[in-house]
Ligand binder design. Structure first.
Ligand code: ZN
Ligand code: FE
Length: 264
């Protein structure tokens, strides 16, 4: 285990109906991941007396990039983001395997390509802290919709994230957890870890608390989209006629995603 940089912490900035924007800071300097709303970020920076040093983006949807123009105008900071997701205004274009160095925070983030939700979507992993910022790819209890990519791409992307250390904290971009877990419970009605999780997360929401960050270990135990190869999940897909006997792993995952698209 590498030593943890204890000077770094994270602010959760809620925005719109259900987005979370993330500020990483050391009490003085800060970077922001997916600033969909500049006003919310500027307010949080002001409240905590932080200087913005960089913007990091995961994908091109407006609830993730909508605040970039104003923040750049006000703070004149570099913008890091995916090379291949059609975002204008990026001056550090990133691809899989790149390392982002943030000198002001003495931190490094590894870039992981996670196509699926969009084709150029990337995630940022901070090994020193075991933090993952994954935009709309892996959610607490679920995964992003396939707006651009294929089921095979998304399955592969999620497998890369699931391979990160168990204790990795997952900072996803939306509070979708309770509705995701309702679906998860339909997929695995007998999953005890899932049942316990539902109670726990309901308690957090009842108290107005976020359910994010989540943890890779918990996701592997309860998120159906990381469990599409489990016999319990395949048996349920079969029982409901959503796959055939000889379907392959990608078809299982595709059937699961399709089921969720139509689940309410
Ligand atoms: Zn999105
Ligand atoms: Fe989003």
């Amino acid at each position: 285990m590498q030593p943890i940089n204890e000077t770094l912490s994270i602010l959760t900035v809620p925005a719109f109906d259900d987005n979370y924007l993330w500020i990483i800071h050391n009490g003085q300097d800060a970077i922001v991941v997916d600033p969909g709303d500049a006003a919310a970020i500027l307010q949080a920076l002001g409240q905590h007396n932080l200087n913005l040093r960089a913007i990091l983006l995961t994908h091109h949807h407006s609830d993730h990039i909508g605040g970039v123009e104003l923040l750049v105008k006000q703070c004149n900071v570099p913008v890091y983001g995916p090379a291949n997701d059609g975002i204008l205004g990026i001056n550090h274009a990133l691809v899989d395997g790149d390392i982002v160095q943030i000198k002001d925070l003495d931190m490094q983030l590894e870039v992981i390509a996670v196509p699926g939700h969009t084709l150029g979507h990337i995630a940022y992993y901070v090994p020193e802290q075991a933090w993952l910022f994954c935009g709309d790819t892996l959610f607490a209890g679920g995964c992003g919709r396939l707006f651009e990519g294929t089921p095979a791409q998304m399955l592969h992307s999620l497998e890369k994230l699931a391979a990160l250390p168990d204790q990795t904290s997952v900072f996803c971009a939306h509070e979708y957890t309770l509705s995701n877990l309702r679906f998860a419970s339909a997929v695995e009605p007998n999953n005890l870890d899932l049942q316990e999780r539902v109670t726990r997360e309901q308690g957090k929401r009842a108290n107005g608390l976020p359910t994010v960050p989540t943890q890779i270990k918990l996701e592997k135990l309860t998120n159906p989209f990381l469990r599409s190869k489990e016999s319990s999940v395949i048996a349920q897909l079969l029982a409901l006629g959503k796959i055939t006997d000889n379907a392959d792993a990608v078809s299982h995952f595709a059937a699961l995603r399709e089921w969720k698209n139509n689940f309410s």
